[in-house]
Design a protein around this ligand. Sequence first.
Ligand SMILES: NC(=O)c1ccc[n+]([C@@H]2O[C@H](COP(=O)([O-])OP(=O)(O)OC[C@H]3O[C@@H](n4cnc5c(N)ncnc54)[C@H](OP(=O)(O)O)[C@@H]3O)[C@@H](O)[C@H]2O)c1
Length: 278
Amino acid sequence: MLGDHLRRDAERIGGGRKRAEINRLDIDGHAGEAVHDYPLLVGRVCVFPIFKNLWWRFKPGHHCMTRRKHMKIGIIGAGFVGRSVAQKAVQAGHEVMLSNSRGPQSLFSMKSALGCAVGTVDEAIAFADVIVLAVPLTAYGALPPEGFRGKVVIDAINYYHERDGHIAALDQGDTTTSEMIAAHLPGARIVKAFNAIRMVDLDVAGRPEGAEDRLALPLAGDDADAKAVVAGLYHQFGFDSFDAGPLHEGWRFERDRPAYCNLKPRQALADTLAATTR
Ligand SMILES: NC(=O)c1ccc[n+]([C@@H]2O[C@H](COP(=O)([O-])OP(=O)(O)OC[C@H]3O[C@@H](n4cnc5c(N)ncnc54)[C@H](OP(=O)(O)O)[C@@H]3O)[C@@H](O)[C@H]2O)c1
């Protein structure tokens, strides 16, 4: 049944999963995967597990390869979301390029204010390991799909019919904004994230790991390694993360759902997402 995996996850956390394990799941991106500790055997029996383990760790895209302290983050949209994410990412030690529809000359003051580079949309896409979409929903159709292939793409976009006009498939719950964007950007490793927090909260609500009042943010996506990268950013910005599942589960924290811009600790977020109905 839809949401069973979320209920199981919520119960598992509530059942006292060790904090170290939760952190590993969040930050290293092994959510939903068994992490095996292979016994140290001699001879033929041990060869396969050891090589399997090594291959897994160094294959392209694994978190050992993607979870770098320093990433190049290209942001499309330089409004509230673009600027806040840029500021946090620069503070966390990443290299950032901001872009908007009007061109870099309109972002001149951002360079010194935020300590980031500015560029055209095409330049930000080409520059980035990770691309953040921080534009109104109506703008995604103008994005050039070619440059996104293979890249981690954080979709922070929300649907506001008052701003974006009515879209029947969304009004009827037939799809999600992230799935619409994924259809436009084939090959992009899309993670729905940063959409369910107001930027005034992103600026001030982060807490160090282990703080009693640390809050959690949801994410959803089909690529485990891309989700690990985003969970790592949440962590660096002072938040736990909760993996709500594949991209089509992103409706659980879209606008007007109980978890939308209603920040909670991780367990409460897990419970809320599991109990959310469409
Ligand atoms: N505000 C929040 O707290 C918040 C939180 C979570 C998610 N969101 C969602 O995040 C998205 C951005 O929100 P926002 O508050 O940052 O909006 P905003 O302040 O209105 O900024 C929108 C930005 O998008 C740019 N843009 C518009 N069309 C573009 C295009 N075709 N190509 C490149 N850039 C384009 C605009 O640049 P120009 O001015 O040059 O057109 C502007 O810099 C929205 O979908 C919103 O629902 C907002």
